[in-house]
Design a protein around this ligand. Structure first.
Ligand code: 0HT
Length: 324
């Protein structure tokens, strides 16, 4: 048994949305390997915050069950957040069904979510020890689906400005080139966390110290240690760290170097074309590489994941990467 679902990018590849059916109602959700709550806009969300979102109505589901007194509250690295109540329902993703999945109903969402009308909630794909439900922590959709999967994995094939896919329970070898390169995962903090052994800018030599990183499908950019960020942008003559733009920008006419992250024996190349992330409208462009804010691990978000086929292996607690 498995599932295959299309991941459609918002403008500027800001995030990727996938159709999820909950109690017979289909909503587009943001699949997030950086958190572990499945939450949705619902009839419990204040109407002023519902705006043009698709909402889930538990009253219309014959399989919804309230978890009385259960609550959740989550805050994300970008400062956004949400909170609410909890129930269970039947959740289907790309043909893969989990019964009695914890579904978290938002009774409050931060402004970032209110204004992002394409995003009707999140489906967390990190490890369940990060789930925020109280008094009893809940399992993720992927954790619940694990026992019924042919292979206890999901894969991410995110694309620039075109639909990609998430597959659950199998590895589609037509989606990547060569062999998969596996690296062990430390899931003690609940993330898909692993070690990067070095980096190279452009066709320069691989150097630097090894560092910790997480694979996060819910983060847009590639967030790295300040020293690496400075080293990278020192190769782009017009690059500057702009407060108004919120990070490093450079002239759009510049030739932007690749970045290679050495992961074990695997050299993960992020092409310069993906590192010129978006136009600011004034002739400058916003970089796909930005600071990780000094939080102790790098965040390999969609800018990185667009350049790799990635296997999130729950059974063997490892990540696999291959070029596409
Ligand atoms: C359960 C909380 C989840 C796991 C939350 N996860 C995250 O914030 C990670 N993923 C972030 C999400 O992918 C986010 N970008 C989704 C969008 C739609 C809002 C970051 C760290 C890469 C977290 O760590 N939140 C921190 C807040 C934080 C994190 C990073 C920096 C600063 C502050 C917290 O509250 O931890 C208890």
């Amino acid at each position: 048994v498995g599932g295959d679902v299309t991941a459609t990018p918002e403008s500027d590849d800001n995030e990727y949305l996938c159709p999820v059916t909950i109690g017979g109602q289909t909503l587009n959700l943001d699949f997030d390997s950086g958190s572990s709550d499945l939450w949705v806009f619902s009839t419990s969300t204040p109407s002023s915050e519902q705006q043009s979102h698709t909402i889930y109505n538990p009253a219309k589901s014959s399989t919804f069950k309230e978890l009385n007194g259960f609550t959740w509250q989550i805050s994300y690295g970008d400062g956004s957040g949400a909170s609410g109540t909890v129930g269970t329902d039947t959740v289907t993703v790309g043909g893969l069904t989990v019964k009695n999945q914890a579904v978290e109903l938002a009774t409050a969402v931060s402004s970032e979510f209110v204004t992002d009308s394409a995003n009707n909630g999140l489906l967390g794909l990190a490890w369940s020890n990060l789930n925020t439900v109280e008094p009893t922590q809940q399992q993720t959709f992927f954790a619940n689906a694990g026992p019924q999967l042919q292979q206890n994995v999901f894969t991410a094939d995110l694309r620039h400005d075109q639909p990609g896919s998430y597959d659950f329970g199998f590895i589609d070898t037509s989606k990547f080139q060569g062999n998969l390169n596996y690296v062990p995962v430390d899931n003690s903090q609940g993330f898909w966390q692993f070690t990067v052994d070095g980096y190279a800018v452009g066709d320069g030599a691989t150097g630097g110290n090894s560092f910790s990183a997480i694979a996060d499908t819910g983060t847009t950019l590639l967030l790295l240690d300040d020293n690496i960020v400075s080293d990278y942008y020192s190769q782009i003559s017009s690059a500057q760290n702009s407060n108004s733009a919120g990070g490093f920008v450079f002239d759009c006419t510049e030739d932007v170097p690749d970045l290679t992250l050495q992961i074990g024996d695997y050299a993960a190349v992020v092409p310069g074309s993906l590192l010129n992330f978006s136009q600011n409208g004034d002739g400058t462009c916003f970089g796909g590489i930005q600071s990780d804010g000094g939080q102790g691990f790098a965040i390999l978000g969609d800018v990185f994941l667009k350049a790799q086929f990635t296997v999130f292996d729950q059974g063997n607690v490892q990540l696999g990467f291959a070029p596409k």
